[in-house]
Design a protein. Sequence first.
Length: 264
Amino acid sequence: MKIYLDLIALLNFSMDFLLLLTVNYTLKRNSSWKKLVLGALLGSLTLIFLFLPCSKMFLIIFKIITSFLICIVSFHFKNWRYTFQNMIYFYMTGTILGGFLYYLNIEFSYKQKGIVFFHEGLSINFIFLIIISPVILYIYLRSNKKLKSQYNHYYELFIFFKDGQKLTCNAFLDTGNKLLDPITNKAIILLEKASLKKIDTKRIIYVPYHSLNNHGLLKCISPEYVEIKGQKSKKYLIGISEEEFHIDGINCILNSKCQEDLIC
């Protein structure tokens, strides 16, 4: 079997560069392209050890040391925590990319009959790897950024009622929720009706509201106080929403006024 070392080195350099570029973007390291190229070159030069008679334990230790040096060259050494975080993301991103490429290789290169897989002769070639890898990492970065942005607005909210009952909610901070009770001037936190099954809702307050396309009376409850991020407050009403919130894992919508308590 012929092994083209130059192609392997080029492929390895391309993969390492893409991984370092992803880490640089994800962790906002602001490292220069020159440093990333040097780090990827360092990773490519170590390929020679794969053709030497080395034990598995030596190769594992060698790979860890190499990853450490690659991160030092690419992002400098500020402290151990900083460097360790760079290494973790470098490995995580590599695992995600490797997993996708392995799946594609299995999907296109092998046929299945029952539980038996056999090779058809078609495999993911060098050019395809170079093209598809940036696409995979781009999709991963976009998805990761979107999830991070969304989950930054997730909070745990505790509602304490006057009869001693307590309700724990998964809340989402919606700056568009500016509902206020015009009489008490209390901000309104919206809660799904289904979450109040075990709570006494006999003492209802009807609050008039106006939205872009609708208006009417909103059923509200006056709690003893609410607590978010350790901050207790009595300046909120709990509005009962008849409809479910179509946000993953959320049963409560915080008011924009809650930002004041979150900053404290």
